[in-house]
Ligand binder design. Structure first.
Ligand code: SF4
Length: 369
């Protein structure tokens, strides 16, 4: 990859640096783009008077702002790449750059998948004829979503979403999909999301009952798994980098749910828990962590509050507790739990294991609003 494949909008950044006469600038870049960071530094330094510091720690989202540390170093402006601003205060001048990628994948292979998913949505719709009476069991089977919740739909619309690099393509794809006969909506989410159609691994708040199925424009599993766990709806995937069309299979989601249930069972007899609090500003859920500690106390169990910037097995495995509850980035427990030698569960899963919530009522994704 080189600077040509993505649009890093460096001209705008250099203009701002020059206009402010900034002399020390920090660059915060997500993991996938770090390989190009030195090339970016060369360009910024050659086109302006500024020196550039790369914030080289791992960065997975706009939840992770390094501003306090950079302020201490005398940095005047932070350029945060590849993510958009969320509902947290950055505390110093910040230039968010939602890096874009101009893929143009064919839609032909995605249509059969979308048609299949629309049929599933039609079955789950609530518009039952008044003359038809169905039993509670039949209703449950009819309205059940992919994560076991009884959640009837009021529509069968196609929700078109994407990761940030591809959001600028959504309107174009919406038009094409409408021409192919789909009723398409680009969902608008809550304060944590900046753009229509945007989803984060921790937030899918644009979902509503009129949306029956989804198409995600992007690559990798990170967003798609969370999207299905959160919405319980069928999901088709189109990768603008490779052009590949596929779907998130219900079998895969079932496997993940079985694994989650196995972890809930495994912590049933646990007496002591480490409760992880993320120190990154957009992951910090202190109140939730304290609520989990109080909940454990009520059940005569012990919870220790552990605050960390990065969460990894080498940083927590050695504590003499039976299991961990994660209140930092919700994806840590879902994507990485097999890397830890002790069970790592979400707050909802702890509540299920303590009998406060019921697994039979369906899975609740751990969303940060
Ligand atoms: S909390 Fe996790 S999923 Fe959410 S933006 Fe941060 S890194 Fe991404």
């Amino acid at each position: 990859m080189d600077l040509e494949s993505h649009d890093f909008k460096l001209d705008e950044l250099v203009d701002r640096i020059k206009a402010n006469d900034n002399r020390l600038v920090a660059l915060q870049v997500p993991e996938g783009l770090k390989i190009q960071a030195l090339e970016m530094i060369d360009r910024i330094e050659s086109e302006s008077e500024a020196k550039v510091i790369l914030a080289a720690d791992p960065c997975y989202g706009a939840c992770d702002l390094v501003h306090d540390k950079m302020k201490m170093m005398g940095v005047e402006l932070v350029a945060h790449m590849g993510h958009s601003q969320m509902n947290i205060e950055s505390g110093m001048p910040t230039h968010f750059i939602p890096v874009t990628y101009d893929g143009d994948p064919e839609l032909a292979d995605i249509y059969p998948i979308l048609e299949k998913h629309r049929n599933i949505a039609n079955v789950r719709r609530t518009n039952l004829s008044k003359d038809v009476e169905i039993s509670e069991e039949e209703a449950r089977a009819k309205f059940l979503d992919a994560v076991g919740r009884d959640s009837p739909l009021s529509g069968n619309r196609l929700g078109l979403v994407g990761s940030i690099q591809h959001l600028h393509l959504l309107e174009k794809f919406k038009k094409r999909l409408e021409e192919a006969g789909f009723d398409v909506t680009i969902p608008v989410g809550g304060d944590r999301l900046t753009f229509p159609g945007q989803v984060l691994g921790c937030n899918y708040s644009g979902d509503d009952a009129t949306i029956g199925h989804y198409l995600f424009l992007g690559s990798g599993d990170f967003h798609p798994i969370g999207l299905v766990l959160h919405t319980g709806k069928p999901l088709a995937l189109l990768d603008p980098y490779t052009g590949e069309a596929s779907e998130m299979s219900f079998e895969r989601i079932e496997r993940i749910l079985r694994q989650r249930f196995g972890l809930i069972m495994a912590v049933g007899e646990s007496d002591s828990f480490g409760i992880l609090i993320g120190e990154k500003p957009g992951q910090m859920r202190r109140n939730l962590a304290i609520r989990m500690k109080k909940l454990l106390q009520r059940h005569n169990k012990k919870g220790y509050l552990l605050a960390l910037d990065h969460v990894g097995p080498e940083l927590i495995d050695f504590y003499p507790v039976d299991a961990f509850v994660n209140t930092a980035c919700p994806r840590i427990a879902i994507d990485d739990s097999t890397r830890y030698s002790k069970p790592l569960i979400t707050p909802f899963e702890l509540e299920v294991s303590l009998g406060e919530k019921k697994w039979e009522n369906g899975y609740q994704f751990d969303e940060i609003p």
